[in-house]
Design a binder for this molecule. Sequence first.
Ligand code: ADP
Length: 397
Amino acid sequence: MSKTIAINAGSSSLKFQLFAMPEEVVLAKGLVERIGLKDSIFTVSYGEGQKHSLTLDIANHDQAVQMLLDTLLELNIVKDYSEITGVGHRVVAGGEIFKDSALIDDKALEQIESLAEYAPLHQMAEVAGIKAFKKLLPNITSVAVFDTSFHTSMPKKAYLYSLPMEYYEKYGARRYGAHGTSHNYVSRRAAEMLGKDISELKIITCHLGNGGSITAVNGGKSVDTSMGFTPLAGITMGTRAGDFDASLIPFLMEKENIATVNEFIDIANKKSGLLGISGVSSDMRDVESAAAQGNEHAQLAYDIFIYRIQKYIGQYVAAMNGVDAIVFTAGIGENSMETRRDVIAGLSWFGCEIDSEINKLRGEEYIISTKESKVAVLNIPTNEEVEIARDVERLRG
Ligand code: ADP
C-alpha cells in the first residue's frame, strides 16, 4: 500500500487529502488557512471522525507543509515519511503545454512558473506548494494535475475569441477553461451510472461551487466550456461576474474613478456575482434564505444565476446537436435542490424532467430525472482529490 497526498494550494491556504492507494481510502484530510497572516489555522480530520486543530503563526507554504507532515507523524496517521510515495498538486493553468497531468521535474516546474501570467492569483501559490514538498520530500513522485488539461480537446472554433488572430498566435490569448478535473470525473461517473460507454454520450456538466463552469462533453471530450482565458468568464458565480461586455470597463472606471484596470478586474472577480447583485452574500445558502424572506436583490441574484446556467445548457445542446445527460456537481449543484429544480424547469422543451422526490436527496450519486425524461439528469458529488491521487499512481507507473 502506498500513501499519496492530493494538494490544493491557494495564496493563503493549503487543502490536503491523504489517500491509501490503490484502495482510494481517505486516511486524513484537512486545511491550513491564513498562511502568512497572524493566527493561521490548521485543521485535520482522520480515523473515525477524529479531529485535530491548532492555531499558530505559519509564515509560508514551506512551514505549512512541514507542519502538515509533522502532524501526520504525531497523530500516527503515517509512521514514517517513507510511507508517502507520491504527491499530486492541483495547478490552475496548464496552457497549451500540458494536455495531461505531468510528472514535475525541473523542466515542468519551469513551464508551470512560465504560465503564471495566465493565472496570477493561483499559479505562484501552487508553485510554492510544489517547491515545499520537493524540499521536504525530495524523493517522492510529484505530479501536477491541471484544471485546464481536460479542455485541451476543445476545437479552435470553441477556444478562439474573435479578436485579431495575432493575439492568440503571439500570446496564447484564448479560452482555456477550468475545473477540468471535476468535469472529467463527473462525466465519466455519469456514463458508468447510466451503463453506457462515454464515447456514445453527449453530456453537459454543471460544476456549481463558489466558482462555477458548464462544459459540453461529447464522447468523453470537452468540446466547449464557459470559463475563458481566466475563471472570470461564464456563468454568475459567488463573487465573479461571469460574462460581461468589456466596453463597460473604461466606462465604469471613469464614472467610479477606478484608477487601474486591475482594480476593476478585482471588483469583477471579488465583489460581483451573487454577492454583487444580492448585496447579501456570495454564499448560495444565504442568498436562498434571503430570497425566501422576500429580499428582492437576493431573488434577482438567484434568478440571474439560474438563467445563465440555462442559457449555457441551451448553447451546448446546440454545440453538440443534442444532449443525453445533464450533470450537477460541486457545493451548489450537489446540495441546492432548488437550483437543480429551477434550471431543469426551464428545459422542458428539450424533454427534461426531474423526479421531485429524488431531487430532494443529497450526499450520494443520484439519477434525478424521471423515467419519461428524454435527457438523464444526475447529481454526482465531485471528487477532484481522488482524481489527483489516481493520476499520481498512473504516472508513478
Ligand atoms: P468551492 O468552489 O470553494 O470549492 P464549493 O464547491 O464548496 O465551493 O461550493 C460552495 C457553494 O455551495 C456555496 O455557495 C454554498 O452556499 C453552496 N452550498 C453548500 N451547501 C448548500 C446547500 N445546502 N444549499 C445551497 N447551497 C449550498
